[in-house]
Design a binder for this molecule. Structure first.
Ligand SMILES: [Ca+2]
Length: 222
């Protein structure tokens, strides 16, 4: 690049609003397939970010933002925390429930140095279990990268498996919607979910699972 072109590029960059100049330049299509037989995924939180940050730490107490997501499917607190963070390119929530066997597909942007993707969604019906990928590599080229995700328990709520404690629009075992009772007294740390055991209102044969519980396909499209 000649000096004049360099100066011109610098002048253009300087003339751009800061928010526009900071726009992400890479785009990815992400498809999340629910591999369980009897669990729905709540709206999926997805974030592209630098390697320095992540959503949670296995074996450690869950942050409040994870508690909201894992117990109630609420992605708002994480969105508020991550929006505007200099280590984050984009944070989004893909709306709607993802049924067993179904796939949720969305696109997400990332700046070049922000080469990680994290995502999470509550499993319903569970007390505080969620499906997640934490800080996986985005594909460098236009090839597709496939990951398999496990179910985790946020450790913030006892797994009483009762309709009153598990929110959701309709569960056959509840003959209607679930509730949002705050049970508390959780296991204390984020761990691999032990599944559904049938000691409450829900059927173990309908609702339990084995890992992995989701296939995540990431394809760079721009
Ligand atoms: Ca729990």
């Amino acid at each position: 690049m000649t000096l004049s072109k360099t100066l011109f590029a610098a002048a253009v960059a300087a003339a751009l609003p800061a928010a526009f100049a900071a726009q992400p330049r890479l785009q990815y299509e992400v498809s999340v397939t629910n591999l369980t037989a009897g669990q729905q995924f709540t709206p999926v939180l997805a974030v592209t970010h630098r390697p320095a940050i992540g959503l949670f730490e296995l074996g450690a107490p869950a942050p409040d933002e994870l508690r909201s997501l894992a117990e109630g499917g609420n992605t708002g607190p994480y969105t508020q925390l991550l929006t505007g963070d200099g280590s984050v390119s984009q944070v989004l929530t893909n709306p709607g429930l993802t049924d067993p066997g179904a796939t949720a597909t969305f696109t997400i942007m990332a700046r070049p140095a922000h080469d990680r993707l994290s995502l999470a969604a509550m499993l319903i019906p569970t007390n505080d279990s969620f499906v997640a990928l934490d800080s996986v590599d985005l594909p460098e080229s236009f090839t597709e990268q496939v990951y398999y995700a496990r179910a985790y328990d946020s450790g913030t709520e006892t797994n009483d498996e009762l309709c009153a404690s598990i929110p959701g629009p309709y569960f056959v075992e509840c003959n209607g919607s679930g509730g949002g009772a705050q049970v508390g007294n959780g296991e204390g740390f984020v761990h691999v979910s032990s599944g559904m055991h049938g000691h409450g209102d829900f059927s173990e044969s309908l609702r339990d699972w084995r890992n992995p519980i989701a296939q995540v396909r990431i394809r760079r499209v721009r």
